[in-house]
Write a protein that binds this ligand. Structure first.
Ligand code: PGA
Length: 256
């Protein structure tokens, strides 16, 4: 039996009005607050964080931001600091999502700074990695994943110290928002590779404890099969997390 508690995380990206996100989170709280066998997390846009925190109350649903800067404060117009996220009620932060890497030119170097800053501010980082279709077709998947892990966790690697609460998310770029899910076997293969990498670099305790989420077109129809894989510890869900009728059955994957 795995010591890793499954996590289902909804990444709402730049979607939902304040009213829609409040109503969605209230439904999640009502239907899934205090569920025992799974951790539920939502990542709304920055402007909704405080309101959603209030709606979450003491239900146990976790709150994440979708990005942040690595400095605690300063002249960085348009940016949000880790300290501000803590103040808004976040316990987690998604870092290095492929949309940040590809559309906003984030690099492993900046993700490394952000990961370090998140941890030192008391936020749990959810560090995203994943290959493009081209890289997969060229047979470069493991190489790309290794490079992203080494780069995004560089400071932690140097100190050989990765907090066991850290979360990794494998999101093949070709499966995000495309309706194409990696097959459970394809996902498991990469998750197993990541777990071996954790073992080699941070030891067996970290490899056993650290959760690796899968992301990319997760839906009610494929969650159970994905979650049956030994190294898949949860899901980072985009599109299907925007509506209660698709997100709730994903959260309740253990029940049917
Ligand atoms: P998707 O997005 O579920 O819409 O494919 C996943 C993600 O980008 O985290």
């Amino acid at each position: 039996m795995s010591e890793r508690k499954p996590m289902i995380a909804g990444n709402w990206k730049m979607n939902l009005t304040l009213e829609q996100s409040t109503s969605l989170v209230k439904t999640i709280v009502k239907e899934c607050g205090r569920l025992k066998g799974v951790e539920v997390l939502v990542a709304p846009p920055f402007t909704a964080l405080s309101t959603i925190k209030e709606a979450i109350g003491d239900s146990g649903i976790l709150l994440a931001a979708q990005n942040m800067h690595w400095e605690l404060e300063g002249a960085y117009t348009g940016e949000i600091s880790p300290k501000m996220l803590v103040e808004a009620g976040c316990s987690h932060v998604i870092l290095g999502h492929s949309e940040r890497r590809n559309l906003f030119f984030e690099t492993n170097d900046t993700i490394n700074l952000k990961t370090e800053a998140a941890i030192s501010t008391g936020l749990v980082p959810i560090v995203c990695i994943g290959e493009t279709l081209d890289q997969r077709e060229q047979g470069q998947t493991s190489e790309v994943i290794r490079e992203q892990l080494e780069g995004s966790l560089k400071n932690l690697l140097e100190r050989k110290n990765l907090p066991l609460s850290t979360i990794l998310a494998y999101e093949p770029v070709w499966a995000i928002g495309t309706g194409k899910t990696a097959t459970p076997d394809q996902a498991q293969e990469v998750h197993q590779f990541i777990r071996h990498w954790l073992d080699e670099n941070f030891g067996s305790r970290a490899a056993r404890a650290i959760r690796i989420l899968y992301g990319g077109s997760v839906k009610p129809g494929n969650i159970r099969e994905l979650m049956s894989m030994p190294d898949i510890d949860g899901a980072l869900v985009g599109g299907a997390s925007l509506k209660a009728h698709s997100f709730l059955p994903i959260i309740r994957f253990q029940e049917n």
